[in-house]
Design a binder for this molecule. Structure first.
Ligand code: BDR
Ligand code: CA
Length: 313
């Protein structure tokens, strides 16, 4: 990637969100125009604070952090403290942030930025429920063709779900927002569980972060050791899946991923399968191909990239 890619990160940190943010801030090919927080892993008042804690950990108190939607569009908020801990960022002891939260509402920031910047230049990176992005699309439909692309972590099909048998957390929390986004006509690259479940934070990989010896390296190792314990128990694996950094890694090194252009539609009616992302992998419907759906990752290359980049912070 020769040019610098301007991005907005929409997120609900979350330890894996935190690593994704750190990866973006460590990478000169990426310009983070702003970070917009959404309710998800934990309530909004914690996700916006956690986003600021991570910027300060990276030595970037200049990054603009905005607070967004306090709850999903239709359903009640579901959180995931059992995975991420009470604060959403359990593991390391990070100080309360000193940098300010921006006054502007996150949805307004997204709309304003997309209407101001040159059309087709800004990439949206979504690491949590899609509430803010759907709200922005509803508030100003003219932004859709101006978005260069949306890269999101969410969904899963072949692997099943992680919060219900059929649904992945980010999509399950706000399936109606996901529906708006998937039908928006934006170019979407999706990192579903089918891909992220192959990116495991093994003990050896966590040690590589710790061995960086830096404040960031140690904090990341502490985060991952807390975060992985839930999935290790659930799946019986060495380490847990490091979902959200896949989004940023794809921007940096798309060759680490393999996928296919397909239709993905989300279930919003049946309670049994609510939030399921139905992936038409074999093209058996005539539904439009709205997503590049990633199914495979070079996990060794992915972790090498992470350690190398986080080592720069
Ligand atoms: C997704 O849900 C959250 O718990 C993680 O941060 C990730 O974005 C994985 O299903
Ligand atoms: Ca997340």
């Amino acid at each position: 990637m020769a040019e610098v890619t301007p991005i907005i990160i929409d997120t609900d940190p979350g330890q894996d969100d935190a690593v994704a943010i750190l990866l973006a801030l460590a990478s000169p090919e990426i310009d983070v125009l702003g970070i917009t927080a959404v309710a998800g892993n934990v309530p909004l008042r914690l996700t916006e604070k956690n986003a600021r804690k991570i910027c300060e950990l990276a030595g970037r108190p200049d990054i603009k952090v905005f607070s967004g939607a306090i709850r999903p569009m239709v359903r009640n908020l579901v959180t995931a403290e059992e995975v991420h801990g009470k604060t959403g960022l359990n593991g390391p002891e990070l100080p309360d942030p000193k940098m300010p939260l921006q006054d502007q509402y996150a949805v307004d920031f997204i709309v304003e930025t997309l209407m101001r910047e040159e059309s087709g230049t800004v990439t949206l990176c979504a690491l949590g429920p899609l509430t803010n992005i759907a709200q922005a699309l509803i508030r100003e439909p003219k932004i859709a063709p101006r978005i260069k692309q949306l890269v999101l972590m969410g969904g899963g099909f072949f692997e099943g779900g992680n919060v219900t048998p059929t649904a992945e957390f980010n999509i399950y929390v706000d399936p109606h927002a996901a529906d708006v986004v998937l039908k928006s006509g934006i170019q979407i690259t999706m990192m579903p569980l089918d891909c992220t479940h192959k990116a495991l934070t093994t003990a050896k990989r966590t040690a590589s972060f710790r061995n960086l010896g830096s404040k960031v390296g140690v904090a990341v190792a502490d985060m991952l050791e807390f975060f992985e314990r839930f999935d290790e128990q659930k799946y019986g694996t060495d380490g847990g899946p490091l979902h959200d950094p896949c989004v940023i890694a794809w921007l940096l090194k798309p060759e680490l991923f393999e996928g296919r252009n397909i239709n993905v539609t989300v279930e919003t009616a049946s309670e049994l399968t609510m939030g399921m992302t139905v992936a038409d992998w074999w093209g058996v419907t005539k539904r439009p191909k709205n997503v590049t759906y990633m199914r495979d990752i070079d996990h060794e290359g992915f972790f090498n990239l992470l350690v190398e980049r986080l080592g720069r912070l």
